[in-house]
Design a protein around this ligand. Structure first.
Ligand SMILES: Nc1ncnc2c1ncn2[C@@H]1O[C@H](COP(=O)(O)OP(=O)(O)O)[C@@H](O)[C@H]1O
Ligand SMILES: [Mg+2]
Length: 148
């Protein structure tokens, strides 16, 4: 499946709503796109939509931010990771990124990965791949792809 969503910061919240209807079905979601494309911005709006109580920030330095939220009456966890600073699979494993992926298998935990290209071997075959590209200063085009 492939679909495209275009949005600006004025329409990002309806894009988020549309996105979640698909993304809720995938434990692992990868976010690709150039620096400044809007990966963190989109995730931040998505977390607002999901009423995550903590402030969402870029995990570039911490590598992983953990958020909790209630969904359909149940506690869920999001592991928001950013692999930008990692160089390869070995560094990713040492930094605990494989554990983040593994945690999605054991309960209501999602793992969202910025810069998955740094260690693509760790991404399970079933995932939602998101590519964000800049079409104008204020406009973004997001493509969603799954292998299903
Ligand atoms: N439609 C849009 N969606 C997301 N960001 C946008 C949009 N239009 C402008 N921007 C700006 O682009 C930048 C995106 O930065 P950021 O989300 O940190 O990117 P990334 O995480 O992909 O490196 C922000 O400064 C944001 O204000
Ligand atoms: Mg980012």
């Amino acid at each position: 499946m492939t679909m495209t969503i275009s949005y600006s910061l004025n329409t990002i919240d309806s894009a988020v709503e549309q996105f979640w209807e698909i993304a809720k079905n995938f434990k692992v979601v990868t976010f690709s796109g150039d620096m400044g494309a809007g990966k963190t911005t989109f995730i931040s709006h998505l977390c607002d939509y999901l009423q995550v109580p903590d402030a969402v920030s870029s995990p570039t330095f911490a590598l992983v931010n953990e958020y909790r939220f209630e969904y359909e009456g149940k506690e869920h966890t999001i592991l928001h990771t950013d692999w930008y600073r990692l160089r390869n699979i070995e560094e990713a494993i040492n930094a605990g990124m494989e554990e983040c992926i593994d945690q999605t298998k054991n309960g209501p935990t999602f793992c969202w990965v910025e810069w998955p290209e740094k260690a693509p071997e760790l991404i399970p075959p079933t995932h939602l791949a998101v590519y964000i590209s800049t079409t104008d200063i204020t406009e973004r085009s997001m493509s969603l792809t799954t292998n299903e």
